[in-house]
Design a protein around this ligand. Structure first.
Ligand code: FES
Length: 333
């Protein structure tokens, strides 16, 4: 059974079956809403159901996912039991045909840290793919599974992609397949995906926070800012366990010359002897809490593990940041 889903304050509506969630149905019909994990964990897809009923068991969500009010729901979980009127946090129309599936050739594979591999993939000659700085792609694996990785290159480099892959010991792609992947081999990609991208219509200063390989989409965004000569203040925090986790120090050095206003902090969580260490020690969201008294006038972009993103969202809220100005992409296992 299918229902009509109206977006509050607009004449836009889409169809959604009672067996489908609101987010998937909207995206299938070219309406993009905020999301990240699509597993009911990160809270990015939270919105209000103004009118109508949801299928029992698909309502609500956890406190951790930011659900506080009875009319708030996670749209990646919510399924309609009647026609609905909904109020997503933001929405916009996209062209579903803009997403492409293509073969890309492994051009370079570089181990840049004990647990991080940089993969450079080239599209076939003459093929270019439009994406926004910060978005991700999916690698389509032979067994039908998919793995998501952010593009680390800026959108003007549209004939190739650079991926930063954390080598998880049990990772289906990052351990089993990546290890044997050779230069010259082909991978099937689908792109672009994702709501984590640079909002260029804002002039607010930007606080960018990366955890580990969450640096990849941040790199795409900052490279895009450099390329576009955007006049935005950028403060960057990059959290890693040890200094080896700052696997793109050359990029930070380049940005220091290209973006005079850039402020960079590296923060290390696993340095036990602070006396022999001159950098910052601790968790990256604590560093943000220590450094700012008021974030109400900022835009915050965060990418990393779910615990980091969740903790940072709370810190930012405590420091006055409106939820609509917190953009995040969280890794969910
Ligand atoms: S909770 Fe719905 S996208 Fe993460």
């Amino acid at each position: 059974m299918s229902f009509k889903i109206q977006i509050e304050g607009s004449d836009v509506a889409f169809d959604c079956a009672s067996s489908e969630n609101l987010l998937d149905a909207a995206m299938r019909q070219g309406i993009e809403m905020p999301y990240s994990c699509r597993k009911g964990v990160c809270g990015n897809c939270k919105g209000r159901v103004v009118q109508g009923e949801l299928v029992v068991g698909t309502q609500g969500g956890s406190q951790e996912a930011g659900i506080r009010q009875p009319d708030e729901h996670l749209f990646c979980r919510a399924q309609p039991a009647s026609d609905l009127c909904i109020a997503p946090k933001t929405w916009h129309r996209v062209d579903p045909a803009a997403r492409k599936t293509l073969q890309a050739k492994v051009f370079k594979k570089i181990q840049v840290a004990p647990d991080v591999t940089l993969l450079h993939l080239r599209f076939p000659a003459g093929v270019r793919v439009k994406f926004k700085a910060g978005q991700y792609l999916q690698v389509l694996l032979p067994d039908g599974q998919r793995r998501s990785y952010s593009m680390a290159n800026a959108p003007h480099e549209s004939d190739a992609v650079q991926l930063h892959i954390r080598n998880l010991p049990q990772g289906h792609f990052s351990a089993a397949l990546l290890k044997n992947l050779q230069v010259g081999e082909m991978l099937t990609l689908e792109l672009p995906h994702g709501d984590f991208w640079l909002r260029q219509d804002s002039e607010r200063p930007m606080l960018m926070v990366a955890g580990g390989t969450g640096f990849a989409p941040i790199k795409s965004i900052v490279d895009h800012i450099v390329r576009q000569k955007l006049q935005r203040a950028v403060h960057l925090y990059w959290g890693a366990r040890t200094q080896e986790g700052i696997y793109a120090a050359d990029v930070l050095t380049r940005w220091a010359q290209q973006l005079p206003g850039l402020v960079v902090h590296t923060v290390f969580s696993d340095v036990t002897d602070a006396n022999t260490w001159s950098g910052r020690v601790g968790l990256v969201h604590d560093a943000v809490r220590a450094d700012y008294a008021d974030l109400s006038g900022w835009d915050v972009y965060a990418c990393g593990g779910m615990p980091m993103v969740t903790a940072l969202r709370d810190v930012c809220a405590q420091l006055g940041l409106p939820d609509a100005n917190f953009y995040s992409d969280a890794f969910v296992g």
